[in-house]
Design a protein around this ligand. Structure first.
Ligand code: ADP
Ligand code: MG
Length: 331
C-alpha cells in the first residue's frame, strides 16, 4: 500500500510553466526527498500535496483513500513543517505544541503535550517564549507541534536549512529516527545533496521542470541518468577521449565517460596510462592536475594521491583507475 502517489503533476503560474509530468510515489513508512535547486518548484509540490495549491494538472492520491485534484482538497492526516517553522510568536512552547489538539479535553491535551515535551527534549523550555529559543529548539517545537496530532504523512520543506552544519547532521539522524519509529510516510524537499543522500529511502531529482530520475540513493549515485545528475550528486571527472579509448570504450554522440573523484588516483607506480604533469594545485582532500597525455593532448583532472607523493620529484605520473569505475552517461 502506498502512502502518497503523484501522477503527471504539472503547474504553471500565469504563462510560466514551473513543473510538468512529475510522477513518483512514496510507500508507507518511506522517506522520499525531492532534490532540486532554488526555484525549481519543490515547495510548490509540497503545497499541492497539502491542498494549499490550486489549479494544477494531474492527480495526487493519499493512502489510497483521498484524491487531490485541481479543485478537490484533502489535508486530513498531513503534517507540514515549514522552512521558517511558522511558530506562533504570541504563544509559549507548550501552547504552540498543544495548538492543534482541538479534539482532546484539557487533561488529555496536557498529557499529550507533556509526552511531546519529553520526547523532543523540551521539558525545561516549556514556558519559554519562541524568541527565547535557539534555531534548533524552535525546529523541535515545530516538529513536535506537527507530530502532536498524529499525522500519517509528513511534509518537510528544507527542514535543516536554518541550522548550522553540526546541528544539521545531528538533527538529520534524530528526525529520520522519529519518522521511522512513528512509521510515517515523509516527503522532504531540499537543495542539499548530502542531506538527501543520507536521510532518504528514495530521491527524485528535478531538472528542466520535471523529475528526471527517481530511485534509491545508491541507484542514483551508481547509475545517474545523465551528466547533470552525476555532477549534482558528487564530485566527478569527465574523462577525455584519449583516456576513454585506452579502456576500449566507444562513446556515442552526446555521451560522456565519467569517474567519481574517490575512484580517481594518480601514482608513481607504473600503470598503463603514463602522463606528464603540467600543473598541480593542492586542494586538501585531493589535487587538481593539468596533465599531458601526449604533446598536444592536455586535460584537467581531480585526483587522490598517496601521502608519500612528491610532485617536485618527477614530471611523470600514472593514472590509476579501473575500467569498472568508469560510467558512461548521457550529456
Ligand atoms: P523552490 O521551493 O524549489 O525554491 P518554489 O516551488 O517555491 O521553488 O517556486 C517555483 C517557482 O514558482 C518560482 O519561480 C516561484 O517564483 C514560482 N511561484 C511559486 N508560487 C507562486 C505563486 N503563487 N505565484 C506565482 N509564482 C509562483
Ligand atoms: Mg522552497
Amino acid at each position: 500500500m502506498f502512502g502518497i502517489k503523484v501522477n503527471n503533476f504539472g503547474i504553471s503560474f500565469g504563462n510560466m510553466e514551473i513543473l510538468k509530468e512529475v510522477s513518483f510515489s512514496v510507500q508507507e513508512g518511506e522517506i522520499v526527498t525531492i532534490l532540486g535547486p532554488s526555484g525549481s518548484g519543490k515547495s510548490t509540490i509540497l503545497r499541492a500535496i497539502a491542498s494549499l495549491q490550486e489549479k494544477f494538472e494531474g492527480e495526487i492520491l493519499l493512502n489510497e483513500t483521498c484524491q487531490i485534484s485541481g479543485n478537490q482538497k484533502c489535508n486530513k492526516d498531513i503534517g507540514y513543517i515549514f522552512q521558517d517553522y511558522a511558530l506562533f510568536p504570541h504563544l509559549d512552547v507548550k501552547e504552540n505544541i498543544g495548538f492543534a489538539l482541538f479534539n482532546l479535553n484539557a487533561i488529555e491535551k496536557q498529557r499529550r503535550v507533556d509526552e511531546l515535551l519529553k520526547q523532543f527534549d523540551l521539558v525545561e523550555h516549556r514556558n519559554k517564549q519562541i524568541h527565547e529559543l535557539s534555531g534548533g529548539q524552535q525546529q523541535r517545537v515545530s516538529i513536535a507541534r506537527t507530530i502532536a496530532y498524529n499525522p500519517k504523512i509528513l511534509l518537510l520543506d528544507e527542514p535543516f536549512s536554518n541550522l548550522d552544519s553540526l546541528l544539521r547532521d545531528k538533527t538529520k539522524l534524530w528526525l529520520k529516527d522519529i519518522i521511522k519509529k512513528l512509521g510515517l510516510s515523509a516527503i522532504l524537499v531540499t537543495h542539499d545533496k548530502k542531506e538527501a543522500l543520507s536521510i532518504s529511502d528514495k530521491i527524485g531529482i528535478l531538472q528542466n521542470k520535471t523529475l528526471v530520475q527517481f530511485g534509491t540513493p545508491q541507484e542514483l549515485f551508481s547509475q545517474p541518468a545523465n551528466l547533470y545528475i552525476a555532477k549534482f550528486l558528487g564530485d566527478i571527472n569527465i574523462l577525455p577521449q584519449s583516456i576513454v579509448q585506452h579502456f576500449g570504450i566507444t562513446l556515442q554522440e552526446e555521451q560522456s565517460a565519467i569517474i567519481r573523484l574517490n575512484k580517481t588516483f594518480v601514482t608513481y607506480h607504473p600503470t598503463a596510462i603514463k602522463l606528464h604533469i603540467k600543473q598541480v594545485s593542492y586542494c586538501g582532500d585531493y589535487y587538481e592536475l593539468v596533465l599531458n597525455f601526449s604533446e598536444h593532448n592536455t586535460f584537467f583532472i581531480k585526483a587522490n594521491v598517496s601521502s608519500d607523493f612528491n610532485f617536485s620529484d618527477n614530471s611523470t605520473i600514472y593514472l590509476d583507475i579501473c575500467a569498472s569505475d568508469i560510467l558512461v552517461v548521457n550529456t
